[in-house]
Design a protein around this ligand. Structure first.
Ligand SMILES: [Zn+2]
Length: 196
């Protein structure tokens, strides 16, 4: 499979999901082959949001997607290292930075930017990674601020991956890998590619 074929498989799988015509199954008889090894064609950074599931949204069975998750779908160091394994060892042909509508992490980045009360626990370290590139000039009262920041955050993930990983940037330069970013609309189910 080429990177373009991998992207096409995701696009057609998402169309089946949107249409309510999914075909993927995870039957018991498939498990011995899965236990013997994996060769996922795509690697994904997803948000932790309970309404986001790449296997369902792209209509893929177990074994096809190498999925890494963190609130706000940002490429933290651990996510980058996981993706490097997915590309260098398992041979994934595309990395998807998968944003989604109504993302609470990105919403927090907009809302708490000027807030004097700090976020609890370790959340500031996570949210700062969204604020700095994508919401520093956002108006919290602008209804378009959240969708714009969600798209920015997904697109920005590509730059961060290329900047922070030689394994990934070299695979892209050699044509073995493509990076795409996009946003899943929770209401329609549609995943729209916003950068490739
Ligand atoms: Zn989210």
């Amino acid at each position: 499979m080429t990177p373009d074929e991998a992207i096409a498989a995701l696009v057609s799988g998402n169309q089946r999901y949107v249409d309510g015509a999914t075909t993927s199954t995870n039957k018991p008889e498939a498990r011995p082959a899965l236990a013997a090894g994996q060769a996922p064609f795509a690697a994904i950074i997803r948000c932790a949001d309970s309404r986001v599931s790449p296997e369902i949204v792209f209509d893929q069975p177990l074994g096809e997607l190498f999925v890494c998750g963190v609130a706000g779908n940002i490429p933290t160091m651990e996510i980058v290292a996981s993706l490097e394994f997915g590309v260098a060892v398992l041979g994934a042909k595309v990395i998807v930075v998968m944003g989604h509508s109504s993302c609470g992490a990105v919403g927090a980045a907009i809302k708490y930017r000027k807030d004097t009360s700090p976020l609890p626990g370790s959340l500031p370290e996570l949210i700062d990674q969204i604020i700095v590139p994508c919401t520093v000039d956002s108006d919290p009262d602008d209804p378009n601020a959240l969708p714009a920041a969600i798209e920015c955050n997904a697109n920005n993930g590509i730059d961060q991956l290329l900047r922070s990983s030689k394994v990934i940037s070299e695979a892209v330069a050699e044509g073995r890998l493509k990076l795409i970013a996009g946003v899943q609309d929770l209401e329609s189910g549609r995943f729209t590619i916003t950068r490739h």
